[in-house]
Design a protein around this ligand. Structure first.
Ligand code: SF4
Ligand code: SF4
Ligand code: SF4
Length: 315
């Protein structure tokens, strides 16, 4: 008997769902064992009836719930809570669901400031009022990861998550396991570049300059990006973005890791740890432009990003 699955998307760009499709042939192998009973990204199903005639949200019962995207508004929260009630195992798919993701960058500002900027403060925008019509889901005070709202059983991080891990996690659940996780290793642990544990001290270089490498040579001949003086978040980011192949994807492309797989373990403080890693090779963390946003780029949930108190005006 196939396992019933619901797949819901909240504050999501649908890249996570594309990753499910990117399972390719593996998806075809798994499909006979999976019965998708609800997947709004593929079928035009309205949560409150096709013409809005129902007062009750319609999500069927299932064995597995897969949810992508963070929780930004009241409707996302309601869909998530209902999915949790209706499913035995809940999977947080992707870094938005796991950590807030890119949308949680907005957590650095109050909703009032964001609405002011979007609806009135931009020179190219005709002034309008805030979107507070009763038919529009109201924003929460911040963009949350799923486990800030409900209990999550399995987390598959990444922006987007790698299809290998989606397949591995689903296979584990189909075998009757109730949990799955990636090993706690950093991107650096899977990176083949040369490391000398020192860099040219000074301000962090920005990616307006090219990295130093010879395109004719392999990565094992390139010097560590941090040690070249650029910011690479590999030391504080969970490994796995290249799936079972190993070498991190951005490093393959000779660009710095931006942290899209999130922290190596729950409860880590990547910004603090990254400042330590930079100092250990002689880089000055204070010279990273927009440091708070850059070092928490994908992990603004869990209180990592929040509005700062207004500074007193200079006299
Ligand atoms: S984790 Fe990335 S791919 Fe997935 S919904 Fe968020 S932004 Fe899109
Ligand atoms: S800091 Fe970046 S380039 Fe250096 S070892 Fe780690 S992942 Fe590789
Ligand atoms: S190297 Fe870092 S930013 Fe790039 S895909 Fe991997 S985890 Fe994501």
């Amino acid at each position: 008997m196939p396992v019933k699955v619901v797949e819901e998307w909240l504050n999501s760009c649908s890249g996570c769902e594309i990753s499910i499709l990117n399972l390719g042939d593996t998806l075809l192998d798994l499909l006979p064992e999976l019965n998708f009973v609800h997947i709004p990204v593929l079928i035009d199903h309205k949560y409150y009836g096709q013409t809005g005639e129902s007062d009750v949200i319609e999500i069927p019962e299932a064995d597995i719930g897969i949810v992508s995207g963070g929780v930004r508004n009241e409707e996302h929260k309601h869909v998530l809570e209902e999915t949790r009630k209706k499913t035995k195992i809940l999977i947080a798919l992707g870094s938005c669901a796991a950590h807030g993701g890119i949308p949680a960058q907005a957590n650095m500002y109050t909703n009032k400031d964001i609405f002011e900027k979007l609806f009135r403060g931009s020179p190219s925008t005709d002034p309008a009022s805030d979107p507070n019509h009763p038919n529009v889901p109201q924003w929460l005070d911040s963009c949350l990861a799923l486990d800030e709202v409900v209990e999550v059983d399995v987390t598959i991080p990444g922006c987007p998550p790698h299809p290998d891990w989606i397949a591995e996690a689903l296979t584990a659940l189909l075998e009757g396991k109730t949990s799955w996780s990636l090993p706690e290793r950093s991107v650096c642990d899977t990176c083949p570049v040369i490391r000398e544990k020192k860099s040219a001290a000074g301000p962090v270089r920005r990616c307006f300059e090219n990295l130093e490498f010879n395109p004719e040579e392999g990565l094992d001949k390139m010097r560590c990006i941090n040690e070249q003086g650029f910011l690479c978040l590999g030391p504080v980011t969970l490994a796995g973005c290249a799936g079972k192949e190993g070498v991190p994807r951005c490093i393959q492309a000779r660009t710095p890791c931006r942290g899209c797989f999130g922290p190596i373990r729950k409860g880590a403080r990547p910004m603090v740890d990254m400042m330590g890693a930079m100092s250990s090779v002689g880089l000055d963390p204070k010279t990273v432009v927009d440091r708070r946003a850059i070092m928490n780029r994908y992990i603004g949930g869990h209180g990592n990003l929040r509005p700062l108190p207004a500074r007193p005006a200079r006299k």
